[in-house]
Design a protein around this ligand. Structure first.
Ligand SMILES: [Zn+2]
Ligand SMILES: [Zn+2]
Length: 128
């Protein structure tokens, strides 16, 4: 499977989540407001946050290359990111409201460093 390409800048999410689960691997360790810009990651310490779809969140530990796409959201340390399946569903909307899509993707908070790992593992992107 070729690495997913950045499609950043194309997508405006119409509805932002205000409360999301914090995950570390497959474990949910808490719930926080996205407005809180820091998370205390057991692996990386206090970090900025990013959101990933639940498929990406679970794929980090399984080291599965599920694809990695991200938006241009700049209100947290990393933009929202999602897998190939979610990207397909998003493209199928053809510009319709993405609110339902956003809910179905089950976005979860990860720390910025975990987000970077997900990008490498799930998207097949090289470091840097
Ligand atoms: Zn997904
Ligand atoms: Zn982390």
């Amino acid at each position: 499977m070729p690495p997913a390409r950045c499609r950043g800048g194309r997508i405006q999410l119409v509805q932002k989540v205000q409360a999301v689960q914090i995950v570390q691997g497959a474990k949910t360790v808490g719930v926080m407001s996205k407005r809180m810009q820091k998370v205390d990651c057991t692996a990386h310490g206090t970090q900025g946050i990013g959101l990933v779809c639940e498929h990406v969140a679970y794929a980090i530990d399984r080291r599965e290359q599920v694809g990695f796409f991200w938006g241009d959201d700049a209100d947290s340390a990393r933009p929202d990111a999602w897998c190939t399946e979610c990207e397909r569903a998003l493209v199928a909307l053809q510009g319709a409201s993405s609110a339902e899509w956003f809910k179905n993707a089950g976005f979860k908070i990860v720390c910025a460093k975990c987000w970077d790992e997900a990008k490498i593992i799930c998207g097949g992107f090289a470091l840097g």
